[in-house]
Design a protein around this ligand. Structure first.
Ligand code: BES
Ligand code: MN
Ligand code: ZN
Length: 493
């Protein structure tokens, strides 16, 4: 297991009893807070002395580990920054830093002292629980453990919490970690078949319907674009659906669509070999959707949700599609495949139009590692956002601010749609050479949602991180799981 799915709660801690590691959050230049006093007393006033000597200022991200001979063997001070600028995301980061420290010192447990601030307790507790679980994540399933390394085993919150926030934080954190595991495992393990099995496992636990269509079935159903991409691989492709009906029967569902390219070699327009291994992450949109659905299965929000995952590899087999081929998507539109490496939009074209046709969703959100161009525009710090409905766009931006998962809107002015016109088919799968690549992907997808309110998140820059972040270790991030669950919970209220 590459993460911990339990956070213990000690409401009335006794600091005269042994605690291996306890982290305390401190605001900048505020001195000692009331809740620290019992800890300070147990340490014989050590925290007071450290603060008096100005050895710790509490700047955001400051960390200091104190050792003591008493039962409180190690106490970590974690800086929360200025109190006026405090947010739930800083609480999440602080929890992540705490776990990082415990792990660095090879400790078996990580405790965090809860505290009060202006924010609602339920949100604060949720963020701390999420931060602990997310910070505990480390992908080592396929590696022999290092000799003297001790595994982190316990996470705990000491002090008053919101029980509801704690439960919610654990469930959501675990959903994100599932997404990370699916991302980080390599393409020879996470195949379309495996994604389908994961969907079935989640659906079974939640007692909801899951349908998996194989190559023959989805080809017959008219999904010519997915079939075109899948033509180059022997690994069986799948079209996966999960139907969650927590809302009123007949109420239009929220549709979640995730790109499930379990490996993208580029097809005949083959990618350069440098960093091609990273294309195991090209199923991150699917991982996001599955992470969300696992949490939904536990949280049981009163809303209908339809999850759809088109999944295949993009390889170069003898039957692979070729530049210039024309395929027909589920909605009847023909697509000229100029570049076989712009395959994500092809498989999404079928999935989006299928969902629109069969479920008449109230809204669609799609998640896709669609373009390298979004990395040029936004780096690893924000997902590209595009959509056709102002209200839905605002809704996503709002929850994004709440959860600290940044999004940035790119324009979809109708002139951009000129760029994907084809001389020989209804559309082509690329825009102008090297120009506005992310927008070209967005306007292409728009052709397949008709007038359904829809938002597309291009997560090619955020789905995985090169460097460790406070609660995101390098590798798969499980991006947008938290954001979408917040949106779902808000809608279901
Ligand atoms: N999966 C890639 C996008 C990608 C690239 C994600 C790098 C993360 C890192 C996608 O299928 C792709 O190859 N897109 C092409 C589109 C182009 C051919 C129009 C790209 O971005 O180069
Ligand atoms: Mn590609
Ligand atoms: Zn791709």
């Amino acid at each position: 297991m590459s993460y911990i799915t339990r956070v213990d709660h000690i409401p009335d801690p006794d600091f005269t009893q042994p605690i291996d590691f306890l982290a305390l959050g401190l605001f900048q230049d505020k001195g000692q807070q009331e809740n620290h006093q019992p800890v300070d007393a147990a340490l014989g006033g050590l925290i007071s002395r450290v603060l008096e000597r100005k050895d710790f200022k509490g700047k955001k991200g400051d960390r200091l580990l104190l050792h003591h001979d008493g039962p409180l063997a190690r106490v970590a001070l974690v800086g929360l920054g200025e109190e006026e600028k405090f947010s739930t995301d800083i609480a999440r980061q602080a929890a992540g830093w705490a776990v990082g420290l415990a792990r660095k010192h090879n400790l078996a447990g990580c405790g965090l002292l809860t505290f009060e601030c202006g924010l609602p307790e339920v949100e604060l507790t949720q963020a701390m629980a999420e931060g602990l679980i997310l910070g505990s994540y480390k992908f080592t399933d396929l590696k022999k453990p290092e000799e003297e390394a001790r595994e982190l085993e316990n996470l705990a919150l000491y002090g008053p919490v919101s029980k509801a926030g704690l439960e919610r934080g654990i469930t959501i954190g675990t959903g994100v970690c599932l997404a990370r595991d699916l991302q980080n495992n390599p393409a020879n393990i996470i195949t379309p078949t495996r994604l389908a099995e994961e969907a079935q496992r989640i659906a079974k636990a939640a007692d909801v319907k899951c349908t998996v269509f194989d190559r023959e079935q989805f080809t017959k159903m008219g999904m010519g674009a997915l079939a075109g991409v899948a033509a180059g691989t022997d690994q069986p492709p799948k079209f996966i659906l999960i139907e969650y009906t927590g809302g009123k029967s007949g109420e239009a569902p929220l549709a979640l669509v995730g790109k499930g390219l379990t490996f993208d070699a580029g097809g005949i327009c083959i990618k350069p070999s440098a960093k091609m291994d990273e294309m195991k992450f090209d199923m991150s949109g699917a991982a996001t959707v599955l992470g969300i659905m696992q949490a939904v299965a536990e949280l049981r929000p009163k809303i209908n949700i339809i999850a759809a995952i088109p999944s295949t590899e993009n390889l170069l087999g003898g039957s692979a599609q070729k530049p210039g081929d024309i395929v027909k998507a589920y909605n009847g539109k023909t697509i000229e495949v100029i570049n076989t490496d712009a395959e994500g939009r092809l498989i999404l074209a079928d999935a989006l139009s299928y969902v629109v046709d069969k479920y008449k969703p109230a809204a669609i959100l799609d998640f896709a590692t669609l373009t390298g161009a979004v990395l040029i525009a936004l780096g690893h710090r924000a997902s590209g956002l595009m959509g056709n409905n102002e209200q839905l766009i605002e809704e996503v931006k709002r929850v994004s601010e709440q959860t600290g998962e940044r999004v940035w809107e790119l324009p979809m002015w109708e002139e951009y749609s000129e760029d994907i016109k084809s001389k020989v088919a209804d559309v082509k799968n690329v825009g102008q050479d090297r120009l506005a690549g992310t927008v070209a992907g967005g306007v292409f997808l728009q052709e397949f949602v008709s007038d359904t309110p829809w938002v597309h998140l291009d997560i090619a820059g955020t789905a995985w991180q090169d460097k460790d972040q406070p609660y995101i270790p390098g590798g798969g991030s499980g991006v947008a799981v938290r954001l979408v669950i917040q949106l779902i919970l808000d809608r279901a209220e």
